[in-house]
Design a protein around this ligand. Structure first.
Ligand code: ZN
Length: 388
């Protein structure tokens, strides 16, 4: 469930220009993903063999199969150095690793954090002096593994399909040469760690489908639990909702773990150490009770969303899991009350799961949360036509 909570701040950085598209035609065949972006910069990497190692740039291309069980990759003289357990090392400015005998390579910063990745891995030296690991894999496999990473086990099939459509919608903006990353800045991608066959089945049934508004891909926001009503994207502080993203009622998530308000208390002293500017007042709320704009005692103003993010980063995400939150000083304490989990924009995952368990189709789930969007690429001629 901890993994699931991380969804709350996912997909925040897609507030960029749209372009027109043709749904399935624009799905890239392969994607590149920069790995371990949620971790401190990697100084070394453990790789479990066997794997094929290619050193591009050599003439002819130097390729060999590494058969030992364990290798360590680190930097040496601004090059990538691969060492076996006997201490024998080979160096190259750049390495490409491919699986041998298995369908994935097992890598990780150490033996306690190992993940399996399909496709090929490119290892090079980043400009900041750390190792840079980029995974190239078929797009469809990437969608399967992102949905597996972003949903808990036993998530109902129709909710998995809805989630897959959101990931595919995001990928319509992918351009050749782009590199995604594996953090919640995009969506979590943890390789095959949480792979489930039912997710592959869900992706197969909605492959190529995407949500659009005026024939352009929407920004596919989602969050863990809205707490009874979603919001438009104005809560991010830009003052207006993006096309096709409006708030809707959601009663399906009320029985979830985040259905009841979360109340937490923080000592005033602790709060002031984290926020020397003091406790802000809300200047504007949205219609669902999410703070749009706050003002600190020193007259500094910022979006309620930014304050909420800072609160989570400095005092812990459990203090106010949902952006629908408020606060009050009680003597030497500050009490925070929040409902739901995450920013509350777009699809509510707990609500979607509840609807799916009640027999609602992924089409109707998507229609509920993206009321103005259309579903493109659906062979069953879905008419999620805009309601206005
Ligand atoms: Zn909800």
């Amino acid at each position: 469930m901890k993994r699931f909570k991380r969804l709350s701040v996912g997909l925040l950085f897609f507030l960029c220009e749209f372009s027109t598209f043709s749904a399935q035609a624009n799905m890239p065949p392969q994607v590149r993903v920069s790995l371990f972006q949620a971790h401190t910069p990697l100084q070394q990497l453990v790789v479990l063999g066997p794997f094929q190692m290619v050193r591009p740039g050599s003439k002819p291309i130097d390729s060999k199969t590494m058969r030992d069980r364990r290798y360590t990759i680190k930097m040496a003289n601004q090059q990538v150095s691969v060492c076996n357990s006997m201490g024998y090392c080979e160096q190259s400015p750049r390495l490409i690793l491919k699986p041998v005998l298995r369908d994935a390579i097992t890598i990780g910063p150490n033996l306690t954090l190992l993940r399996q990745y399909p496709g090929k891995l490119e290892i090079s030296v980043h400009s900041n002096g750390s190792l840079q690991i980029t995974n190239q894999l078929p797009t469809r496999e990437y969608v399967v593994l992102v949905v597996s990473s972003e949903t808990p086990a036993r998530w109902p099939q129709e909710a998995l399909k809805a989630q897959a459509v959101l990931t595919q919608t995001r990928l319509l903006k992918y351009q050749l040469g782009d590199t995604l990353n594996d953090s919640t800045q995009f969506e979590a991608y943890l390789g095959k760690t949480h792979y489930r066959s039912e997710v592959r089945q869900a992706v197969a049934s909605v492959w190529g489908q995407a949500l659009t508004f005026n024939n352009r891909p929407i920004v596919p926001f989602y969050h863990a639990s809205c707490g009874s009503h979603t919001s438009g994207s104005a809560v991010f502080g830009n003052g207006q909702n993006l096309p096709g993203i409006i708030g809707v009622p959601c009663h399906a998530c009320r029985l979830s773990v985040f259905g009841k308000p979360t109340i937490s208390r923080v000592p005033l002293k602790t709060y002031l150490q984290a926020f020397p500017a003091g406790l802000p007042k809300v200047e504007r709320w949205d219609e669902t009770g999410r703070p749009l704009w706050v003002k600190f005692p020193n007259n500094k103003s910022e979006s309620g969303y930014h304050f909420w993010l800072q609160l989570g980063q400095r005092l812990g995400w459990g203090k106010a899991p949902g952006l629908r939150f408020s606060w009050i000083r009680q003597g030497e304490w500050i009490q925070f009350t929040s409902t739901g989990a995450g920013h509350g924009v777009g699809l509510c995952q707990h609500g979607a799961a509840t609807m799916a368990r009640q027999g609602v189709s992924y089409r109707d789930i998507l229609h509920h949360y993206f009321l103005k969007a259309s579903l493109m690429g659906d062979a069953h001629s879905l008419k999620l036509t805009p309601s206005s």
